[in-house]
Design a protein. Structure first.
Length: 139
């Protein structure tokens, strides 16, 4: 447990919103049931507030609340799944030219000697800068 997580839990315990055994169930629920790698402040606050409002005072009541919440969430998921639109069928997509089997790349244009010289000069400038040297007083 990180120092931040420890501080969060200590603050929750100091607030005396929930008994220590219920706080232990909250931590277990976040780390194991929800499969979270850390005990983040928002989730701790959300669950602690919900349990405090529902009067959770024992670990058994916390377990009941965990199951009740999971059932509610599962039922909401089932109703939402039934309301989803059906996927559109027979959608035709056009492939870009480069993805087609008969694609022939366009021949590359040759650089002029002036373009090659300019490119080589720029590369030499970059090499000088990389090696820590200055070139022509510019940075």
């Amino acid at each position: 447990m990180t120092n931040f997580e420890r501080i969060r839990i200590e603050n929750l315990a100091k607030a005396q919103v929930l008994p220590a055994a219920v706080i232990n169930m909250l931590i277990y629920h976040i780390l194991i049931d929800l499969d979270r790698p850390t005990v983040d402040q928002n989730r701790v606050d959300e669950i602690a507030n919900m349990w405090a409002q529902k009067g959770v005072k024992t670990p058994e009541a916390a377990i009941e609340e965990i199951h009740r919440y999971a059932d509610t969430k599962r039922k909401k998921g089932q109703t939402r799944a039934g309301n989803r639109r059906q996927p559109v069928k027979n959608v035709k997509e056009t492939l870009p030219d480069w993805a087609k089997e008969d694609y022939q790349p366009k021949p590359k244009a040759e650089l002029t000697q002036a373009e090659k010289d300019q490119f080589n000069a720029q590369m030499a400038e970059l090499k000088k800068l990389r090696n820590g040297g200055e070139s022509n007083g510019q940075h």
